[in-house]
Design a binder for this molecule. Structure first.
Ligand SMILES: C[C@H](O)[C@H](O)[C@@H](O)C(=O)CO
Ligand SMILES: [Mn+2]
Length: 417
């Protein structure tokens, strides 16, 4: 049967539950995913002095073909985008600046160092998001940045964050869509600290100084990203969840929840609704922790589906800014982007095709038996037929056809690097 014929059969099955499948697909088309550029080069960036990855994060694997120039990285992203349905955004870190071979330290970065990215984004009708990079740098060698006891070091990173917000503002102006500037810092201690308060006080003061610069929200939005632990900061992280949740809510910033940054049984899906009651917007880094914050490529697992459901059920497709954060160097990197991002879109589609009103009624009536039965029944509904049709409609490969494209690209491009 053709994709169209399968779609018609599947559609009827969903319609029996009062689900408007065409409307669901229309909604899905409008949802941008912020795709992180750093999957393409293992978070190396293009600084003149190449530095080892630090900050308590790690990329493992040595699959050939990683991007080593901005052009290669952009080409690889374009390839992935051609295989992912929908109109999306690209998320950059400051280390992806292009400085024409000259050394420009991070506190001196300017919008012009990202002009190539902006021109490219314009050409491809993409929004951009941004992150200051507070790791892989001599001034972050001891794992401390905005909370550092040394004021000179703090000031350096404050200047970097201020510069980053200006760069993002410029991106937002040029592209007509606000850039999300997300601050994540590695600061913490390997072993039990003797003072938890003072570093947090210093971080708070640094953030206050960074955000003292007023920037129009039409161009730039600010987020802060917490973490539970990192390699070398196992005992204490300055920017914990409570710290940033307090800071964000009090200062009208977005809380960014990274699904790899919590205790193993603590789920980001369970946090979204609470935050939405107190904040207009929430940001996500969707990742997949395996035993630790390992940043595996996201699969269509229970938690990803639950994240999709929370966004859709709470009518929050325009309130949750969905970004991705995974990096696997043990597989083809274009495939990693494609698999992960298609999965994020699939999770949203899955959620849009659930009888969410009916399920809510069951719960309010205390009918937990029907609630569970229906949730389980929908797991084997012909969701794949709707997905294939959506891909076809969006002019990207259906099923596994995308893999042929990736293999071809590997042969003609990646293998030559
Ligand atoms: C590149 C990092 O993953 C990113 O900046 C940060 O979001 C993070 O999640 C660190 O664990
Ligand atoms: Mn993250």
């Amino acid at each position: 049967m053709s994709i169209e014929a399968n779609y018609q059969v599947a559609k009827k099955q969903y319609e029996q539950w009062g689900i408007d499948v065409d409307a669901a697909l229309e909604k899905l088309k409008q949802v941008p995913i912020s795709i992180h550029c750093w999957q393409g080069d293992d978070i190396t960036g293009f600084e003149v002095e190449e530095r080892e990855l630090s900050g308590g994060i790690d990329v493992t694997g040595n699959y050939p073909g990683k991007a080593t120039t901005p052009e290669q990285l952009r080409n690889d992203i374009e390839k992935a985008l051609s295989l992912i349905p929908g109109k999306h955004r690209i998320n950059l870190h400051a280390i992806y600046a292009e400085t024409n071979g000259g050394k420009v330290d991070r506190d001196q970065l300017e919008p012009k160092h990202f002009q190539n990215w902006i021109d490219w984004a314009k050409e491809h009708d993409l929004g951009l998001d941004f992150n200051p990079t507070l790791f892989s740098h001599p001034k972050a060698e001891d794992g401390l940045t905005l909370s550092h006891p040394d004021k000179e070091i703090r000031d350096f990173w404050i200047r970097h964050c201020k510069a980053s917000r200006r760069i993002a503002e410029h991106m937002g102006k040029e592209l007509g869509t606000p850039a999300l500037t997300n601050i994540w810092i590695p600061d913490g201690y390997k072993d039990i600290p003797s003072d938890r308060l003072t570093p947090r006080k210093r971080l708070k003061e640094s953030l206050d100084e960074i955000y003292a610069d007023q920037i129009d929200e039409r161009y730039n939005l600010d987020a802060v990203e917490s973490k539970l632990f990192g390699i070398g900061s196992e005992a204490y992280v300055v920017g914990s969840h409570e710290f940033y949740m307090g800071y964000a809510l009090k200062n009208n910033k977005l809380c960014l929840l990274d699904s790899g940054h919590y205790h193993p049984t603590e789920m980001v899906s369970n946090k979204i609704s609470s935050l939405l009651l107190f904040s207009d917007k929430v940001a996500l880094h969707v990742s997949r922790p395996v035993r630790w914050d390992s940043d595996h490529v996201i699969t269509l697992d229970d938690e990803l589906k639950e994240i999709g459901l929370e966004i859709v059920r709470n009518d929050a497709l325009d309130k949750v800014m969905i970004g991705l954060d995974f990096f696997d160097a043990s597989i083809n990197r274009v495939a990693a982007w494609t698999i992960g991002t298609r999965n994020m879109v699939k999770a949203l589609l899955y959620a849009l095709l659930m009888p969410n009103d009916q399920l809510r009624t069951y719960q309010d009536e205390g009918n937990f038996t029907d609630r569970l039965a229906v949730l389980e029944e929908f797991k084997t509904y012909p969701f794949g037929y709707i997905w294939d049709y959506y891909c076809q409609e969006m002019n990207v490969p259906s099923g596994m056809d995308w893999l042929k494209d990736v293999r071809e690209y590997e042969e003609t491009e990646l293998s030559k690097r």
